[in-house]
Design a protein around this ligand. Structure first.
Ligand SMILES: NC(=O)c1ccc[n+]([C@@H]2O[C@H](COP(=O)([O-])OP(=O)(O)OC[C@H]3O[C@@H](n4cnc5c(N)ncnc54)[C@H](O)[C@@H]3O)[C@@H](O)[C@H]2O)c1
Length: 420
């Protein structure tokens, strides 16, 4: 057995061939990462470095891990969510010389233990998704933060946590806010979440969407995508918000907007995408229609209040893989998908490969940026430099074979001048 296999914590190494097929499939649809991998193989930007990657462990993230590995790093992967790990994919990584600490359905204790093992690996740099790796480093393992050059954060929720650490003066190393790059949130949060959330709901429930009412809770970048795709599937879409500007945007995009307590009475499907807690609670469950389907696409499983659901239910049973039925005393039943965890990952394969290609191209380039420019960076949250964002967009267009126009010198002068 290889060192990585002996030291890893995974379900079953024998699953590796199946996982490898999955990774090969996505790699064939990720031309940006392929080109970055070629470059990394030549330059070896991470030579002699160790990198811990904490992401939803499925085929696309696995390919990112392989690209970082190809750049000369020793790599360890760990789950950013106990329900999104695909055991065959992690087995394939371990078989290919990467350390893995994750299995599907890990308990909270196992999940935390795995995060600590991935930090015992003593990384020089990290990639995080949601902030659990960074939070563990800054609470239980503060001493270790000195040896970290920096890292990248994948999602909105993680960046909110980083910014609050930065504000309190607690952040100990530079972190790149990859989520906030244009080539991330405009495409991944909107088109990626939009498509994969409905894929997760449909494959899990096998129910029709057309003609039903879909309530999208939160009209941020993810909510916009979920609402747009619901409309395309023929649903009547209701949006709920707390931000008046987003609410106006939703109305002008053609959706009905109302308070959640009113939407709760009419919805067939409820999708929370706020990044906030206790968004759907007992008061809403009391008025929901019989048969309502509830799911979440926000980072943590705190948006739908599960304690309230359990407290109100007379019986709870699993009626289909990833579907729990909560039967109330008045005879109504509501259904919760994937335990209220991100439905597109816990009950699906996550975003399409082509979308994650852009996100992970940014991750790979931003990680290289941190490692190579550590001397100039402070322990702060940094935006991905514009030139990297633009590079990813240009590469995307190139792989599609699409050309665009360029400013003439005269146009540049015109745009730069204030005189007529
Ligand atoms: N499922 C996925 O694959 C995936 C992908 C990207 C991001 N995310 C996660 O999804 C969440 C949302 O991300 P985003 O980029 O859309 O964030 P965002 O900040 O763009 O949008 C969140 C929206 O929710 C609204 N909101 C907050 N509290 C609310 C409440 N109580 N009721 C109604 N609306 C409320 C905010 O006003 C905002 O418009 C985050 O947790 C993020 O980490 C998930």
């Amino acid at each position: 057995m290889s060192i990585t296999a002996a030291e890893s914590q995974i379900r079953d190494l024998k699953l590796a061939p199946q996982g490898k097929l999955k990774i090969d499939w996505v790699a064939a649809h990720m031309p940006l990462l392929n080109s970055i991998k070629d470059q990394f193989e030549k330059d070896k930007p991470f030579r002699g470095k160790k990198v811990t990657i904490c992401l939803h462990l499925e085929a696309k993230t696995a390919y990112l891990a392989k690209v970082v590995h190809a750049g000369g790093a020793e790599v360890a992967v760990v789950a950013s969510n106990p329900l999104s790990t695909q055991d065959d994919v992690v087995a394939a990584l371990v078989d290919g010389g990467i350390y893995g600490y994750a299995w599907y359905g890990a308990s909270m204790e196992e999940y935390k233990k795995h995060i600590n093992m991935a930090l015992d690996f003593r990384p020089d740099a990290i990639i995080d998704d949601g902030g659990d790796l960074v939070a563990t480093l800054h609470s239980e393992r503060l001493d270790q933060t000195k040896s970290i050059l920096g890292g990248c954060e994948e999602t909105t929720t993680g960046i909110l946590r980083l910014r609050s650490m930065e504000k309190e003066g607690k952040l100990q190393f530079p972190m790149m806010a990859v989520n906030d790059a244009y080539c991330k949130y405009l495409f991944d949060n909107r088109y990626g979440t939009g498509q994969s959330v409905w894929d997760g709901i449909m494959r899990t429930t096998n129910l029709v969407v057309s003609g039903k009412t879909a309530v999208v809770v939160g009209y941020g970048w993810c909510g916009k995508g979920v609402a747009m795709r619901a409309k395309g599937l023929g649903a009547k879409v209701v949006v709920t918000e707390i931000d008046p500007i987003k609410a106006v945007e939703a109305v002008m995009d053609g959706f009905e907007v109302m308070p959640l307590i009113d939407a709760a009475r009419v919805g067939d499907f409820f999708i929370t995408v706020t990044g906030n807690k206790d968004v759907i609670t007992a008061e809403h469950f009391y008025v929901m229609k019989d048969g309502a389907v509830l799911c979440n696409a926000g980072h943590f499983d705190v948006e739908i209040n599960k304690n309230d659901l359990h407290g109100m239910a007379k019986t709870v049973r699993t009626v289909r893989n990833n579907i729990e039925e909560f039967a109330f005393a008045d005879g109504r039943k509501v259904y919760l998908l994937a335990e209220g965890r991100l439905v597109n990952l816990a009950a699906g394969d996550g975003h399409p490969a082509e979308v994650m290609d852009m996100t992970f191209a940014l991750q790979a380039l931003a990680l290289r940026h941190v490692v190579e420019n550590r001397a100039e960076l402070q322990p702060r949250v940094y935006s991905v430099p514009d030139h990297l964002d633009e590079y990813v967009a240009k590469l995307r267009l190139k792989t599609w074979g699409i050309g665009i126009d360029e400013l003439t010198e005269e146009q540049k002068r015109y745009l730069d001048s204030w005189a007529e």
